[in-house]
Design a protein around this ligand. Structure first.
Ligand code: UDP
Length: 240
């Protein structure tokens, strides 16, 4: 079932249900597409109908972040839970290691995808990573060709939003992959170059605060979170 949060239609799924859906999509012909919008992206989409449409056209729309779940509660259409992109990706890797699926890592600065691949292989023995490429390329066609040659079942697209969503939309018809997912800075987390918040902060919905302390340059971007929540509250009050 879909639940709308400020124009973006999220799949109301638990992590386990998201994985089940992903498994089905991966086995269905054609390149299926997963997006993981957080509150910042939903706020962008409120002001950019094309981006909103792009998100809603994906096969699976997962709520990445406590802000989206909080907004759904304020709007009285509560989502079951946060399904963080990086956690979803990690569970997908476990699944692919078990089933012998192939993974391709696209995105991040040069060297990051390779570092992430090394860590993924040690955490999920037996995982097949069939290719890696950094996210700072000029020739998109060459990148698509390289991915198709590697024949992945699951493609990480980590170019930041909305670049990754636009890339997936542009090449969906020609990409020969089972499933691709826009996963933002996930490769940095897998590579260990950007640390995730401690578990207690994640549990207290304070992951945003940890990122703000670690990466103060994100301050401008993160101001979108209170602006977003204020817009949500106004929507709730007006009942619109
Ligand atoms: N990135 C990339 N190519 C680009 C711009 C960004 O590969 O042209 C990568 C960047 O190195 C980083 C990720 O995309 O690994 C974006 O990370 P961020 O944490 O900003 O993700 P978001 O919050 O947008 O999901």
């Amino acid at each position: 079932m879909k639940l709308e949060v400020m124009g973006v239609r999220f799949d109301n799924v638990t992590m386990d249900e998201a994985l089940e859906r992903a498994r089905t999509l991966m086995a269905t012909p054609g390149a299926a597409c997963v997006v993981t919008p957080n509150a910042e992206i939903v706020y962008e989409a409120m002001r950019d109908p094309a981006l909103c449409q792009l998100l809603n056209d994906a096969d699976l729309v997962l709520p990445d972040g406590a802000g989206v779940v909080l907004a759904s509660r304020i709007l009285k259409t509560p989502l079951k839970q946060k399904v963080a992109g990086v956690d979803f990706a990690d569970r997908m890797l476990a699944l692919l290691a078990q089933t012998g699926g192939r993974v391709y890592l696209l995105g991040g600065k040069p060297g990051i995808a390779e570092l992430a691949a090394e860590n993924m292989r040690s955490k999920h023995p037996g995982l097949t990573i069939c290719g890696t490429a950094d996210g700072y390329f000029r020739e998109e066609t060459a990148v698509v060709e390289k991915i198709n040659q590697a024949q992945p079942d699951f493609l990480f697209v980590c170019l930041g939003a909305p670049k990754q969503e636009l890339f997936m939309e542009r090449h969906r018809g020609e990409l020969q992959v089972g499933l691709m997912a826009g996963l933002g800075g996930s490769l940095d987390a897998f590579a260990g170059t950007v640390k995730r918040a401690p578990q207690w902060m994640i549990n207290c919905s304070l992951e945003w605060l940890y990122r703000l302390i670690k990466e103060p340059r994100r301050f401008g971007r993160m101001l979108r979170l209170p602006k977003f929540l204020w817009a949500v509250v106004r929507r709730r009050i007006s009942g619109g």
